[in-house]
Design a protein around this ligand. Structure first.
Ligand code: CTP
Length: 402
């Protein structure tokens, strides 16, 4: 049974850790809860003891004969801190060991996942940002906080990520023990299908669900990367621990990709971007009664973002991964189309998908070929999570100077 230490720091979001504890114990994990003294001001020791089935210790002076400050860290398979406050993050960064939880963080050999929760100002403060960057550089998986309503009337980034998503991130970290092989990498992923307006109610869109993009993000977080997702229209819940930017059209996506490009090491263009848009977007709804029977739309091409960023790149960074949605035809197979597209787009890797009816869109599994300059790897039908891990393996294998 995997052993998890659930560290709870002193923030109002401590009550949400109760739900995390229940989910972990009910799914067969052995959980020892280690609250800080401040956390006990929010949720009392009896709650943690009853739900974990274990006595609750906060100080290194409790049950000293069992040496818990060393044993718990050494024997854990995962340390999950939720919520991680600005103070706890600061103490962990600087190796301060003034209570049981911070002692455990110094003795743990296992993966450590932190789910921050604090006010926006505290999260954005340079001290916290420096501490988070330092922890990530050491391989700690620090999830991005969610955005939304905070304790008072204010809103912004700083909310504890959704408890279900935190549990998923903890499971991912356990599955990959002990590897955080993407740590230190800043990754930008585009996901979902763009929409190009025709009039205020109609648009040109596509069948992309965005699931593959979100799985890529979730698996990258689990492997220690710092992940930003630019999401167009997506039919899935975003994973915990990412920076999320929502867009709708191809031009909005292009603007965001261009803005973030100088700050990232890897770009994965998993979005399905409409190749055409209507040459004119009507300001008022096109009325049936006022239009002739046959209406023609004039379509003009959108910017090819992938080709544009490849051309604009100076040197080897960022490493750029494109996707190709292909169907075979009488003239060429899916693989032939993929090879031609790799040559045309000039990216470092191309993930080729067969999108013949019923194959990839909206489905939970997929089958791909990863093409790079001079090599091709076929990944047979597997979950989108396993496919994502294969893509990150290929990125690591092809990544310059790592
Ligand atoms: N892409 C892009 N900008 C566009 C269209 C596509 O950046 N305007 C990116 C996609 O995110 C994907 C890759 O280009 O990574 C390939 O997309 P795909 O639709 O398969 O290729 P196209 O360039 O549209 O080529 P074709 O329609 O001829 O297959």
């Amino acid at each position: 049974m995997p052993r998890i230490v659930l560290g709870v720091a002193g923030g109002i979001a401590a009550y949400k850790a109760v739900e995390i504890l229940r989910a972990l114990t009910e799914s067969g994990h052995d959980v020892t809860v280690v609250p800080t003294a401040a956390a006990l001001e929010f949720v009392g020791a009896p709650t943690w003891a009853a739900l974990s089935g274990k006595s609750v210790r906060t100080s290194v002076w409790d049950d000293v004969e069992q040496v818990p400050h060393v044993k718990l860290g050494q024997t854990a398979d995962l340390v999950l801190v939720a919520p991680a406050t600005a103070d706890l993050i600061a103490r962990a960064t600087h190796g301060i060991a003034d209570d049981l939880l911070t002692n455990i963080l110094l003795t743990a050999h296992c993966p450590i996942v932190m789910a921050p929760a604090m006010h926006t100002e505290m999260w954005q403060h340079p001290a916290t940002q420096r501490n988070v960057a330092e922890l990530r550089a050491r391989g700690v998986i620090v999830l991005e906080p969610a955005s939304g309503r905070l304790t008072g009337a204010d809103t912004g980034p700083g909310r504890l990520p959704d408890p279900t998503a935190i549990v998923a991130a903890a499971r991912d970290a356990l599955r990959r023990t002990p590897s955080a092989d993407l740590s230190g990498l800043r990754v930008l992923i585009t996901a979902g299908g763009t929409r190009e307006s025709i009039d205020p109610v109609r648009f040109i869109g596509n069948h992309s669900s965005g699931k593959q993009g979100f799985e890529l993000a979730r698996t990258a977080v689990a492997r220690g990367a710092q992940v930003t997702v630019i999401a167009a229209h997506v039919d899935a819940e975003p994973p915990a621990g990412i920076g999320l930017i929502r867009v709708s059209s191809g031009s909005e996506m292009h603007a965001e990709v261009t803005r973030l490009l100088p700050e990232v090491d890897v770009v994965v263009m998993a979005a399905a971007i409409a190749d055409f848009r209507s040459d004119e977007v009507l300001g008022a709804k096109l009325k049936k009664a006022e239009t002739p029977e046959n209406v023609s739309l004039v379509l003009v091409p959108t910017t090819d973002i992938l080709a544009t960023i490849v051309q604009a790149r100076v040197g080897e960074r960022p490493f750029i991964v494109g996707f190709a949605a292909e169907t075979g035809d009488t003239a060429a197979t899916v693989i032939d189309h993929g090879r031609a597209k790799l040559a045309r787009k000039g990216c470092d890797l191309l993930v080729v998908n067969d999108v013949s009816p019923g194959k990839a869109f909206g489905s939970d599994d997929n089958e791909i070929v990863i093409m790079g300059k001079g090599r091709e790897v076929a990944v047979s039908r597997a979950s989108k999570a396993a496919i994502s891990d294969a893509i990150w393996d290929a990125v690591l294998a092809g990544f310059p100077s790592r």
